[in-house]
Design a binder for this molecule. Structure first.
Ligand SMILES: Nc1ncnc2c1ncn2[C@@H]1O[C@H](COP(=O)(O)OP(=O)(O)OP(=O)(O)O)[C@@H](O)[C@H]1O
Length: 320
């Protein structure tokens, strides 16, 4: 069953179009990685799921449905209920998400409710109750603060956890530990995860599915290993070749040539066309509609032709 549905979502900030017709589906119990270069619209899409966009953002078109509820059309009471009962959020900067003037224990009791067993919730994220509850947020390490934020977000066993690069500020050892906590708690609770990430190899390892964003649209989605290991969109292929793990395997690390777009309105064609080695005239002025390639949904006019090249064993090289 579909838990989250995003259809043709268009979000504008005063100078920028952040989402330009984004589509996304996430099923109950599924873990989905949302990847793409900086500015591709990941955070805007993640925030839109809970209608948590800044006041300057305008939804110009499209809709978001969570557990059958149309998020942007809900009256305030129903929206609060949806956020409280069905959604959890964890953000990049855990210390900023806590109140600096209150001890952590007091904040936890406020969020979890008076009778809640704070020690139990801290134990689930592998934190020492006595030490953490007496501390102020600035006395916690980044990893500890993020575990507190995860304990708060997961306390209600939400149906969907939106995790916006929760480990971006942490070093690699702590990053793995925090991700282990998030994914195992979610698996135990049956919580779906929408994980916004720059870490393609980790997404391939941990997520069922991946959605790749470019220019405010999801340009390819499907099973994570399939999409990242055998991409059907030229952008995914370029992104996968730029992933740091490629260098770790001894492959040459190649940045995606050119710069991502900053849109001010609807892209007239495929937003990747100016950087795409396979672009033809049509790509410049006609917006691609989704096509099915293997198990992937792909927004590329030429995906079918490129697939034919691939199956004939002449895998196209995605270079500048
Ligand atoms: N509050 C805002 N006001 C104005 N423009 C914004 C705001 N937030 C994001 N944008 C713009 O919207 C576009 C999409 O940004 P968004 O943060 O959603 O992308 P992202 O993929 O999450 O990037 P990152 O990986 O760097 O977090 C970018 O061009 C960004 O500059």
């Amino acid at each position: 069953m579909s838990l989250l549905t995003v259809r043709n979502l268009v979000i504008d900030y005063p100078q920028t179009r952040a989402l330009d017709g984004a589509d996304l589906d996430l099923r109950q119990g599924e873990t989905l990685g949302l990847v793409g270069e900086s500015g591709s619209g990941k955070s805007t899409l993640g925030s839109a799921v809970g209608r948590l966009l800044p006041g300057t953002a305008v939804r110009s078109d499209g809709e978001v449905t969570v557990a059958g509820e149309p998020v942007f059309d809900l009256p305030p009471g129903r929206l609060r209920h949806l956020r409280k009962k069905h959604l959890g959020f964890v953000f990049q900067d855990p210390i900023a998400s806590l109140d600096p003037t209150m001890r952590v224990g007091a904040q936890l009791r406020l969020v979890l409710g008076r009778g809640a067993d704070v020690g139990f919730h801290l134990g689930r994220v592998k934190l020492d109750d006595a030490r953490v509850t007496r501390a102020y947020p600035h006395q916690l390490s980044g990893g500890m603060a993020q575990r507190v934020a995860i304990a708060m977000a997961m306390a209600t066993a939400p149906e969907l956890l939106v995790a916006d690069e929760p480990t971006a500020a942490l070093d690699s050892q702590v990053r793995e530990e925090v991700l282990n906590v998030v994914f195992s708690l979610a698996a135990d609770a049956g919580t779906s995860i929408l994980w916004l990430s720059h870490d393609l190899p980790a997404v391939a390892r941990r997520c069922d599915r991946v959605a790749v964003m470019y220019g405010g649209r999801v340009v390819e989605s499907g099973p994570a290993r399939q999409v990242l290991g055998d991409p059907a969109h030229p952008y995914t292929a370029a992104l996968a070749r730029s992933a740091p793990a490629a260098a770790a395997r001894g492959t040459r690390l190649e940045p995606v040539p050119g710069r991502p777009p900053v849109l001010t309105g609807a892209a007239p064609g495929c937003a990747f066309a100016p950087r795409c080695p396979f672009a033809v005239e049509r790509c410049e002025h006609e917006r691609p509609a989704p096509v099915r390639i293997r198990e992937q949904d792909v927004l590329c006019h030429r995906a079918g032709e490129l697939e034919a090249h691939m199956t004939a064993g002449r895998r196209p090289e995605v270079t500048a």
